[in-house]
Write a protein of this length. Structure first.
Length: 115
């Protein structure tokens, strides 16, 4: 059984669907509702990503333009990747911890030597 999760990233909103048609319908409805309130969605800033082992693009159309497919994006301080793995996220968090500890260690070392 193959698992597909398709993400639509619209500004700071993430839409999830298991099929392209469902995501296309969701985006079309979002555009329609936005226009009711005088709002427009920028197709240039809207991205799509398929989380799956198979690497084939998502074909979603907005304003007669195919949306850009991305390999990863950051959402709520976490990095989501198209392969569904969190290796990049783990490496990023380890690097942030090392930086924090290094800065903290230098501060403690400087404080210790002054006393």
């Amino acid at each position: 059984m193959k698992t597909n999760i398709i993400l639509g990233i619209v500004h700071f909103l993430v839409l999830l669907a298991k099929e392209e048609k469902v995501l296309q319908d969701m985006i079309d409805k979002l555009i329609e509702m936005g226009r009711c309130y005088g709002m427009e969605i920028n197709a240039e800033k809207t991205k799509v990503m398929r989380i799956s082992r198979q690497r084939f693009p998502v074909k979603i159309i907005m304003d007669q333009k195919q949306l850009e497919n991305v390999e990863s994006f950051k959402y709520l301080s976490s990095i989501l990747t198209s392969n569904g793995r969190c290796t990049c996220e783990i490496k990023c968090r380890i690097a942030m911890l090392k930086l924090h500890l290094t800065r903290r260690g230098l501060f403690l070392l400087a404080h210790w030597t002054w006393n």
